[in-house]
Design a protein around this ligand. Structure first.
Ligand code: CP3
Length: 338
């Protein structure tokens, strides 16, 4: 089976020879060749220059037999296009300024037309489609509205929810419209699969998730879908598995704390599951990595509809040999009833 057939079939819970494998942040600072690229260019310069984004996307595929490439970009490109300045602080992570402090600040956001604002992304996708082997699928992505709003307000969504719930819903709706159009255009440019990173939505109670997140995820998926399968990721998602499965997503990407057996039980045969090796395991030794992958594979047994991945991004100090061991361990597995 080629990687594209394997990946697309797994998303649809069809039989495959073995589960496909890739990693969140598979292009990044753990790779010496990425660090070399970063010595010459800033992170945003790489994101915004199609040739450089293309080079970074391809780097992990030149080393490992991943079953998918993921476009090199960032979820915060969207708020940046809406007028906030994006910078990265060594200790605090990404910062968007000026922070949205109150509803009055919403007026300062630019009306963003995804057809024009993200041409560099669509150009990178077109270029990647030329450079990638035809049988390797390309994953496009965007942040979910809740996660984007969390960064845009400087992690003050609890306060917004208490003080300005209606304005918060307005902001989430605006973001959902931009993200839907953006993801539609990524598919038109050539992406074969889409992942929505709604990292911080798992912090919400089930009820708040149903009220504030689920309707927008449903809207984004139904409005933007061309024919790509959709993967939805939320960190700390064990209590909202059923709600995530009910967004129209084909695949739920689970974090390391969510128990695979419980996740399978909750979603039944409705959706595929992606995950969920702890990135900290990849800091250990190739032997430990292989054991952990075997343990994970034994939990999924012969259930179709699994993509092997980390539960969140690969850490910058990860040894390259451990990533190689991770990929090899999945390659060595074979469904017994294929
Ligand atoms: O997975 C990939 O290889 C594709 C590229 C990708 C990046 N960010 C590159 C990146 C993807 C899919 C993302 C998604 C993203 N970005 C998320 C959702 C997933 C998650 O981790 O929860 C979030 C919350 C962001 C926002 C963001 N961007 C953070 C929190 C950081 C800092 C963390 C860090 O590792 O430094 C970034 C910067 C960033 N995005 C880097 C990369 C490779 C590091 C930048 C550098 O080279 O210095």
């Amino acid at each position: 089976m080629n990687p594209k057939d394997r990946f697309l079939s797994a998303c649809k819970r069809k039989k495959v020879d073995r589960p496909p494998v890739w990693l969140m942040r598979q292009a990044g600072r753990y790779l010496p060749e990425y660090r070399l690229l970063r010595a010459r260019h800033s992170f945003l310069e790489i994101c915004k220059t199609p040739e450089l984004a293309c080079e970074a996307t391809l780097q992990p595929l030149q080393r490992f037999e991943m079953d998918a490439a993921i476009l090199f970009s960032d979820i915060l490109i969207v708020p940046e296009a809406m007028g906030q300045k994006l910078s990265f602080d060594e200790n605090k992570g990404p910062l968007l300024t000026p922070v949205l402090k109150s509803p009055a600040d919403l007026a300062g956001l630019k009306k963003t037309d995804p057809a024009a604002a993200f041409n560099f992304v669509y150009d990178a996708i077109s270029l990647l489609k030329k450079k990638l082997p035809k049988d390797v699928p390309l994953i496009g992505f965007a942040g979910g509205p809740w996660t984007l709003a969390s960064y845009m307000t400087g992690d003050k969504l609890d306060e917004w929810l208490k003080k300005y719930p209606e304005d918060l819903i307005k902001l989430l709706d605006i973001l959902a419209d931009v993200v839907a159009e953006y993801l539609h255009r990524q598919q038109m440019a050539g992406c074969d699969v889409i992942q929505i990173f709604d990292t911080w939505s798992g912090e919400l109670s089930k009820n708040d998730f149903k009220k504030l997140v689920q309707p927008n995820l449903k809207k984004i998926i139904s409005k933007s879908r061309v024919d790509a399968p959709f993967i939805v990721y939320s960190r700390k998602c064990s209590h909202i598995m059923g709600e995530l499965a009910d967004t129209g997503a084909d695949v739920i990407s689970i974090d390391p704390r969510t128990k695979m057996e419980a996740a399978i039980k909750t979603v039944g045969d409705n959706v595929a599951i992606q995950g969920n090796i702890d990135p900290k395991v990849l800091l250990k030794t190739p032997g430990v990595v292989k054991e952990e992958v075997s343990r994970l594979l034994s939990k999924i047994q012969n259930r179709p509809g699994h993509i092997i991945n980390s539960g969140h991004g690969v850490l910058p100090t990860t040894p390259v040999e451990c990533v190689a061991a991770f990929v090899e361990a999945v390659h060595a597995f074979s469904y017994s009833n294929k």
